[in-house]
Structure formats: structure tokens, C-alpha cells
Design a protein around this ligand. Structure first.
Ligand code: ADP
Length: 328
């Protein structure tokens, strides 16, 4: 449904997007992930026809966005990071305005009612946009993207600035939309894509560093588990026992004493679950565990792991090439 091939966007000597290729199949929800400045907005702006590329192609439904922007744009609903809302309009006025702007041919009343129903804004249609909560404003932003029934939806950081309840609501809405839309969701929040997406594309400094099924990224996160454990007992001795538990590669004492307990951070070997050996090792000394929780890897940690793997792969490839040359 979406094909991006060798896409490049250069500003002077700087490559905002540097030879990126990936595709998104029909009905797929793909997370587009990267730190700030990675090139996500640039890619999405090219894909939605707001920006031209330096080279490479981007097609939607087989239509080249540069050659045929008008036809391609009809297939895409876009929610930019700053939704284009006219805050002095009522919700209904605004949706009608977008309907006109998109030259939508669907039955107006029925279509707008459906869009409001899906995004759960039917009860605020008569209200001024400026008086809505941020969560509702975001829903109105999603509603404008849905007008005209585009098959492809592109959401840029859709949950930034929302409170936890609103975040869950918007994620659920996106997941539901995924049943009959192809979606690209850009974010720098790892749990967000894990919660919503089938596949994750990660870019860094304009280059693609991973294109993986969500479960593979989740495996990287889970295999490199960090735990925070709170143990009652003498700090130095506990630390010494913790660092010798099979599967533990690192143990650090952190935080304050709380009554007779201290908190420790523990890193395990990839793929090893250290929780049970941890329990038995400490119970041998009668030191109770009064808290144990997994500390998720941050997006930065995942980047580091993936970039590390990427660098090793490149190094191996270049060694193989050198080896092949030597053998000639
Ligand atoms: P992201 O959305 O991942 O945060 P962007 O696509 O906004 O990243 O930006 C990618 C890189 O391109 C950044 O280093 C940014 O400074 C640069 N960039 C973006 N737009 C312009 C521009 N108009 N002129 C020069 N550099 C730009």
C-alpha cells in the first residue's frame, strides 16, 4: 500500500533522510520510531505530499506522490504533530469545512456522523474547538484525517501532551482504525508502538536501522531485562550475594534505605530469567525480598543495542569481503 524506495532529502550538506526504503502492506499498522531529529517528520511530510524529496520515490496505492500528488493525497488521511484545527470554529463547522476542502463526495450528513461516532466526538459537535480538552482536540484531529474515507492514515506523535487516560483512549482508537486502514504511526515512545503496531521501522540520523516485527523488538527489550529489587538485609553482603546469582551480569545498590531494606538494580544475561535464583539465593540468608519489578529498557537502550548489532553486521560483512579478496 505504501512503498518508500531509496528516499533522500538533503538540506545543503545535511541529509535529513538518507536512502530510506520500506513498505507497508494493506491493513498493517507500522510504528515509525526514532529519536528527535531522526528524520521522521521529513519522511512523513514527503509521504503526504507536503515536501518534495531530493531523490528516491514514495508511492501510495501504486500512485507516485510526487508525480500525482492530487490523486495520492486522496488516499491519505494525515494527523500532523500540530493538528490543523481552527479553534474558533465549532467542531461541526470545522468538519464541514474539511469536507469541502477535501471535495468529499460521500453523503455529507451520514459520513460526518460516522466519523464522529468512530472518534467518539458526537457529543461535542456543537462546541467550540478552543473549549475542548486536549484529548478531545486530538480526536477532532483524527476525525478530520478520516473524512473522505482514506485507506491510509498517517499519525505524527498522536499522544504527545495527553494525560495517561487520554493516551490509552487514543491508542485504542488507533488500534480499532487498524482493522480497516493501513496506518503509519510516528512516535518516540517505545511502549506506544509495542501497544499498537504490528511492525516497527526505526530510523536514526536519517538512516534506517531496523525494520522488524514488533515481537522481535519486544524480544530485544525482554531479553535484556533490568530489575529493581528491594531486599531487607545488610547492604554490602546482600550486594555481594546478588552479584553472584547465576545469570546476573551486574548488580548495583541504588536509592535510599527504607526501614531495613535497600534497593538494588540488577541486569541479567540476555534471555535468562533471574527471578527464581534470586529468590532462593536471598532466602538462604533469610533476607526477604519486599519488592521486585522489571525496569523496561528505554528507547535509547534499544537504539544502542540495534545500532551495535548493525555495526557488528557491517564489520562482519566488510571482513568477509576482505577475506574473499585475500583468497582470490
Ligand atoms: P524528527 O521528526 O525525527 O524529529 P525531522 O524530520 O524533523 O526529525 O528532522 C530531521 C533532520 O533534518 C534534523 O536534523 C533537522 O534539524 C533537519 N531539518 C528538518 N527540516 C529542515 C529544514 N527545513 N532545513 C534544514 N534542516 C532541516
Amino acid at each position: 500500500m505504501i512503498e518508500i524506495s531509496h528516499l533522500v532529502k538533503r538540506y545543503g550538506a545535511k541529509f535529513a533522510v538518507d536512502d530510506i526504503s520500506f513498505s507497508v502492506g494493506k491493513g498493517e499498522i507500522v510504528g515509525f520510531l526514532g529519536p528527535n531529529g531522526a528524520g521522521k517528520s521529513t519522511t512523513m511530510n514527503i509521504l503526504t505530499g507536503y515536501l518534495s524529496s531530493t531523490s528516491g520515490t514514495a508511492t501510495v496505492g501504486g500512485i507516485d506522490i510526487l508525480e500525482n500528488p492530487y490523486e495520492a493525497k486522496k488516499l491519505i488521511g494525515f494527523l500532523p504533530e500540530q493538528p490543523p484545527l481552527y479553534v474558533d470554529m465549532k467542531v461541526d463547522e470545522y468538519l464541514n469545512f474539511i469536507y469541502e476542502l477535501k471535495k468529499c463526495k460521500l453523503n455529507r450528513e451520514k459520513h460526518l456522523a460516522e466519523v464522529c461516532e468512530v472518534t467518539k466526538i458526537s457529543d461535542v459537535r456543537g462546541r467550540m474547538i478552543k473549549n475542548l480538552s486536549k484529548g478531545y482536540k486530538q480526536r477532532v484531529g483524527i476525525a478530520q484525517a478520516l473524512i473522505g474515507n482514506p485507506k491510509v492514515l498517517i499519525f505524527d506523535e498522536p499522544t504527545v501532551g495527553l494525560d495517561p487516560k487520554q493516551i490509552i483512549e487514543i491508542r485504542n482508537l488507533i488500534r480499532n482504525l487498524g482493522t480497516d486502514h493501513t496506518i503509519i504511526l510516528s512516535t518516540h515512545i517505545l511502549p506506544e508502538v509495542q501497544a499498537v503496531c504490528d511492525r516497527i521501522v526505526i530510523i536514526n540520523q536519517g538512516r534506517l536501522i531496523a525494520d522488524e516485527k514488533t515481537e522481535n523488538i519486544t524480544r530485544v527489550v525482554e531479553e535484556n531485562r533490568l530489575y529493581s529489587v528491594k531486599v531487607c538485609g545488610p547492604q554490602r553482603e546482600v550486594l555481594s550475594v546478588l552479584s553472584k546469582v547465576p545469570g546476573v551480569v551486574r548488580a548495583d545498590a541504588v536509592g535510599e534505605r527504607e526501614l531495613d531494606s535497600f534497593t538494588y538494580h540488577i541486569e541479567s544475561e540476555p534471555g535468562v530469567d533471574v527471578r527464581k535464583p534470586l529468590f532462593f539465593a536471598l532466602s538462604e540468608h533469610n533476607w526477604p525480598i519486599i519488592g521486585l519489578e522489571a525496569v523496561g529498557m528505554s528507547l535509547e537502550d534499544v537504539f544502542m543495542k540495534l545500532m551495535d548489532a548493525d555495526a557488528k553486521k557491517k564489520q562482519r560483512a566488510s571482513q568477509n569481503r576482505a577475506g574473499a579478496r585475500d583468497n582470490r
